[in-house]
Design a binder for this molecule. Structure first.
Ligand code: ADP
Ligand code: MG
Length: 271
C-alpha cells in the first residue's frame, strides 16, 4: 500500500524517538508498503535562527521568510534533520534517501499568496508538483524517500513549505491510500480526551469553538485537502508512542484521531 507519513520536526529532536519511528518505517517498507516520509522543522529551525542572530518578522502570525531565514530553513530541514532521519531508517535495515526540493526536481513549489500579494511572506511556498516517476524508481529499488518540507520554484529559488500541507499535497500527487501524521500530541484533543474520529464538518465546529488552535488548525485543513483529493484514510497520531505508526498503518481502529470525509458514525460503519 502506498502511504505518506509526516513526521513532526519536534519528534526528530530525541534520538530514541527517531530510532523508534525509523524502525517502524523500515518494518512497513519490509512488508512491501511504498512509503514517502515527509518531515518538518520544529523548534530546531527557530533555535538555529536565534543562534545565528537572524531576527524573525511576523505578519498575521506567519513568519516572513527572507533570504537568510530561508537559507537556515534549507540548512536545518534539508540538511541536519533530513539526514538524521534518512540515516536512522537506513540504520534500521532499509535503505533511505533524503530528497530535498530540486533533487531530481522532486518537489516543485510556487510562492504563497498572502493578502493577495504573491510572495509577501518571502520564500514561503506551496507544493505544485512531484516527480512521481522518480519516487516510483526509488520504491521499485526498495528505497524509502525521506523528503524535507522544501520545494523548488520556477524561478530557481528554494521555498519553505508548511510540512502538514506538503504531506497532504504529496499524498494527493502520489495517489497514496493513507496519510499518517505523527505529531507531538496523542491526536486531536478535546480538553484532555483524544477524539477517536472527526469528520471534516466537525473540524469547522472545533475551530469555531476554539477547541483547536495553532498548528492543529493547519493540520486539520491539510487533512481535509487530502480527503478531498482522494486519500482514503487520514490519521493524526502521537509519534512518541512506541508502535503508533505501525498500528496506524494497519488501519482498523488504531491510535490517535481518524479524520473522515463524512459524519464519523457513518464512517465507522464502513471502516
Ligand atoms: P506538527 O509539528 O506535528 O505539525 P504543530 O505544532 O503544527 O505540530 O501542531 C500540533 C500542535 O497543535 C500541538 O502540539 C498543540 O500545541 C496544538 N493544538 C492546538 N489545539 C489542539 C487540539 N485540540 N488537539 C491537539 N493539539 C492541539
Ligand atoms: Mg504543523
Amino acid at each position: 500500500m502506498r502511504m505518506v507519513v509526516k513526521v513532526a520536526g519536534a519528534l526528530l529532536e530525541g534520538p530514541e524517538t527517531v530510532r523508534s519511528i525509523a524502525r517502524q518505517v523500515a518494518q512497513l517498507a519490509q512488508e512491501g508498503h511504498e512509503l514517502l516520509v515527509v518531515h518538518g522543522g520544529g523548534k530546531l529551525f527557530t533555535a538555529t535562527l536565534k543562534r545565528l542572530g537572524i531576527e524573525s518578522r511576523f505578519v498575521a502570525g506567519l513568519r516572513v521568510t527572507d533570504r537568510p531565514t530561508r537559507d537556515v530553513a534549507v540548512m536545518v530541514m534539508g540538511g541536519l534533520l533530513n539526514k538524521r532521519l534518512a540515516a536512522a531508517v537506513s540504520e534500521a535495515g532499509v535503505q533511505a534517501v533524503g530528497v530535498c526540493a530540486g533533487d531530481a526536481a522532486c518537489f516543485l513549489a510556487e510562492p504563497m499568496v498572502h493578502d493577495e500579494v504573491t510572495g509577501s511572506l518571502g520564500f514561503v511556498g506551496y507544493l505544485t508538483g512531484v516527480n512521481v516517476e522518480f519516487l516510483e524508481t526509488l520504491w521499485r529499488a526498495g528505497i524509502v524517500p525521506v523528503a524535507s518540507c522544501l520545494g523548488l520554484g520556477s524561478d530557481g529559488e528554494l521555498y519553505n513549505i508548511n510540512a502538514d500541507h506538503m504531506a497532504a499535497a504529496c499524498a494527493e500527487y502520489v495517489h497514496a491510500e493513507r496519510l499518517i501524521y505523527l505529531t507531538d500530541v496523542a491526536g486531536v484533543l478535546d480538553g484532555k480526551k483524544v477524539l477517536k474520529a472527526i469528520s471534516t464538518e466537525e473540524v469547522e465546529d472545533l475551530i469555531r469553538q476554539n477547541k483547536v488552535s495553532g498548528g492543529m488548525v493547519l493540520k486539520l485543513e491539510a487533512c481535509k485537502r487530502a480527503l478531498a483529493g482522494g486519500v482514503r484514510q487520514v490519521r493524526i497520531v502521537g509519534g512518541a508512542s512506541p508502535r503508533g505508526l505501525l498500528s496506524a498503518a494497519n488501519g482498523g481502529k488504531g491510535p490517535g484521531t481518524r479524520v473522515t470525509p463524512m459524519n464519523h458514525a457513518v464512517a465507522g460503519a464502513v471502516q
